[in-house]
Structures are given as C-alpha cells and as structure tokens.
Design a protein. Structure first.
Length: 255
C-alpha cells in the first residue's frame, strides 16, 4: 500500500449533472439568470456595497451558480462559508479550486472550539446519530452560532435555496425577512429547477464538487450526508434517519 488513503466513492456518472442542453433549457436558464443578476444588483443598490450584503456559500451546486454570478458581475458582496470541522474532503478541495478559479479569497468561519470540545466530551464524537435533539445541538454549535457571527452587522444575506429542494422549502419567496437573524434574506434561485442549475454550470463551466457526480445532490457534513438512489428526493441523503418534513439544520428556520 502507498502512504495515501483514498475514500471509496461510487464512480458511476450521474446523469442529473449533465442535462441535455436543449434550446428551450438554454433559454429558460438565460431568462432566470438575468432575473437573478437583476436581483443581486438591486440588492447592492438598495443596501450599499460597504459590507452590507453577504452570501453564504456552502459549495453546493446552487451556491456555485451564485458565486459565478456575483464574481463575474464584480458586485461588492462578501462571500463566506462555514467550516464545521466535519466537511467532506471534496468540499475543501472545491474551496481551494474556487479561490484559484476566481482569483479570490473566501471568508471562512469556524465553530467555537470550547463548545465543540464540551459537546464531544459530554455526548460522544458521533452523538448526532442518537437523537434529533443531539443532532440539532451539533448543528447549533457547528453551523448556527458561526452563522450568527457571519451575519452580524449585515443588512442582507443571500442564499442558494430553491423551493423545489424539499417539503420544508415549499413556497420559498425570492425575498423575505429573516426574523431570527434580524435582516433581509434573498433567495435568487428559488424558482430554478435542478436541470436549470446544472445547465447553467455546464454552459458557464462553473467548478463544482466531485460528489455531485457520485449521486450526492445535497452536501453537508460528511457524517450526515450520503449518496441517494435514483428517484429519491434530492435532500434524501441529508440526515436520512430523520422525518423528511422536519429536516433542517437551523440555518434556514424562521422565528
């Protein structure tokens, strides 16, 4: 054996990431991309560009579409990400590729080390599998608290949420007020289909995670993400042991 260790991953191609680029699909993507550009530009015009607007990038396919739009337009929108400490290696690889591809530096937030240590010492390294309460506490420490720090002082934040992603996101508006964080929240891709997301990525040669080609449509922390079977919901691989009508990490829960 060599000195390196490789993770076993399925290598079959995922047709969802390579839609047929028909004229109708190209036209639909261009129309929606134009609307997204207009919303992003209007947001900067409304709130200003001096640290007022930020984009939460988790390096999923949708977030890569928004990264492309924001950076190609040269908009003064901060791009940040949350490093939970349990991300897949492919996500870190993509972070590096994004910085090189766009010649930029991303702002990375980390969870409070003392809080992580206390949780792991008290409950166990993989306690999130044992109950919904323990899973939500882990998300609170590793995601929600760092997000609050990232959004502190901002007037608006942008997400890559789509209404079609899950039952918890049905009816998602393009603009809403995030009461929990006290600022405006923009969802420019809310009405995009999965096909449109991937068509945009192919047309514009946008970098994306290798896991998407291995049937991981939604990617979070490594222990809480699995590949899905053909026909499963795109979020079926996230916290797959829980009720799908209740699955959220706390980043996008109202109240």
């Amino acid at each position: 054996m060599s000195g390196s260790v490789s993770m076993l991953r399925p290598r079959a191609g995922n047709p969802a990431t390579r839609p047929e680029l028909t004229d109708a699909l190209r036209a639909s993507v261009e129309q929606k991309a134009t609307a997204a550009r207009e919303l992003l530009t209007a947001t900067v015009a409304e709130f200003g560009g001096d640290g007022a607007v930020t984009f939460a990038n988790s390096f999923g396919a949708e977030d890569m579409v928004l990264t492309e739009l924001i950076l190609r337009l040269g908009l003064p929108i901060e791009i940040f990400s949350l490093d939970t400490g349990r991300l897949p290696g492919e996500t870190y690889d993509l972070m590096s590729r994004v910085e090189k591809h766009y010649d930029t530096r991303l702002k990375i937030y980390f969870p409070d080390a003392a809080a992580v240590e206390a949780y792991v010492r008290g409950e166990g390294i993989n306690a999130f599998y044992e109950s919904i309460d323990l899973r939500k506490r882990c998300c609170q420490i590793r995601k929600v608290e760092p997000l609050r720090r990232a959004l502190s002082g901002m007037q608006a934040w942008i997400t890559g949420l789509r209404a079609a992603q899950s039952t918890t996101r049905t009816g998602l508006p393009a603009r809403e007020f995030d009461e929990g964080n006290g600022l405006v929240k923009l969802n420019p891709l809310t009405d995009w289909s999965e096909n449109e997301v991937w068509a945009f990525i192919r047309i514009h040669e946008v970098p994306y995670s290798d896991l998407h080609d291995q049937f991981y449509p939604s990617i979070g922390c490594a222990p809480c993400t699995r590949a899905i079977a053909v026909g499963e919901d795109v979020r079926a691989g996230r916290w797959w042991w829980e009720d799908p009508t209740l699955k959220e990490c706390g980043l996008h829960v109202k109240g």
